[in-house]
Design a protein around this ligand. Structure first.
Ligand SMILES: [Zn+2]
Length: 282
């Protein structure tokens, strides 16, 4: 099977990176993790048959991870999707999907369903809210989720945090394990999902020299893993290969080299510096 890094950037527009979104290709199946900026354009560039993207696993509800979810729902249909599109994600995913379908794109869908019926009319989308635990087992592959920590220590109101669930995913097929960290700092959930993984696709936002003010120190501690912790967590989890994603926009490659040096100091397996449209055989 093959992992395609469709996007390796974050919320800020980056001429070189779309938002962090990862695709697993297994035979004729295309399993999507997140749906950030540019997902369908990138999938087209990668030569993925767009109708065959299904299901989708959402890690959390930041816009760099769900911003183009509408595009996945509509363009899989416009390219001939026959079955219902299944979308799994943290609590409120069903509400978000329903809002897009019934409040934002309802006229567009009606147009293409009734006026110019695309592939015989609308094909449904089924969203399911999930928490940590087994999510799906098709017999050919299975996915489980873990809670991860993305912003828990920032002092947000408890009522907000009750509604803020972030997930990472563990994908198993052909005797191999691919772990998708989601956005997180090191935490127990991440260690479990990455345990002995053949490949960990890991958010890794800043090189140590970039953590140069209080804002970034807080970010590295509570929001996104950075070069100071990623190698250590990968080693502790027994990960075999590490693909680094969720990069900030950078000018030049000095800080990418610094980031690799950071991680190399703590992790002795293969380190893949993620770039958009990179394909990784597993
Ligand atoms: Zn993000």
């Amino acid at each position: 099977m093959k992992v395609v890094l469709l996007g390796t950037g974050g919320p800020r527009p980056d001429p070189h990176r779309m938002a962090t979104t990862t695709l697993i290709r297994l035979g004729d199946e295309n399993i999507l993790f997140d749906a950030g900026r540019g997902v369908m354009v990138q999938a087209a560039k990668a030569g993925v048959p767009l109708h065959a993207i299904n299901p989708v696993f959402i890690t959390h509800h930041h816009f760099d991870h769900i911003g183009d979810l509408y595009d996945v729902m509509l363009n899989t249909w416009l390219h001939g999707r026959k079955d219902a599109l299944r979308i799994f994600g943290p609590p409120d995913t069903g509400r978000l999907v329903n809002t897009l379908l019934t409040q934002v794109y309802d006229k567009d869908i009606t147009w293409r369903d009734k006026g110019e019926p695309t592939f015989g009319g609308w094909k449904p989308v089924i969203a399911e809210d999930i928490i940590a635990g087994p999510v799906l087992d098709t017999g050919r592959w299975k996915v489980s989720a873990e809670f991860v920590r993305h912003g828990d220590g920032l002092g947000m109101p408890p009522a907000f945090l009750k509604r803020w669930t972030c997930l990472g995913y563990r994908f198993e097929a052909e005797g191999k394990v691919i772990a998708i960290s989601g956005d997180t700092v090191p935490c127990e959930g991440l260690m479990r999902l990455a345990h002995n993984a053949d490949l960990l696709v890991q958010c890794c936002f800043l090189a140590t020299p970039e953590i140069d003010n209080e804002h970034f120190r807080r970010l590295a501690e509570h929001t996104l893993a950075c070069g100071d912790t990623v190698g250590k967590l990968a080693t502790a989890a027994g990960v075999k290969r590490l693909a680094l994603t969720h990069h900030r926009p950078r000018i030049g490659s000095d800080m990418l080299r610094a980031l690799r040096a950071d991680v190399e100091a703590d992790f002795f397996g293969e380190i893949i510096m993620g770039e958009d449209l990179m394909e990784i055989e597993v």
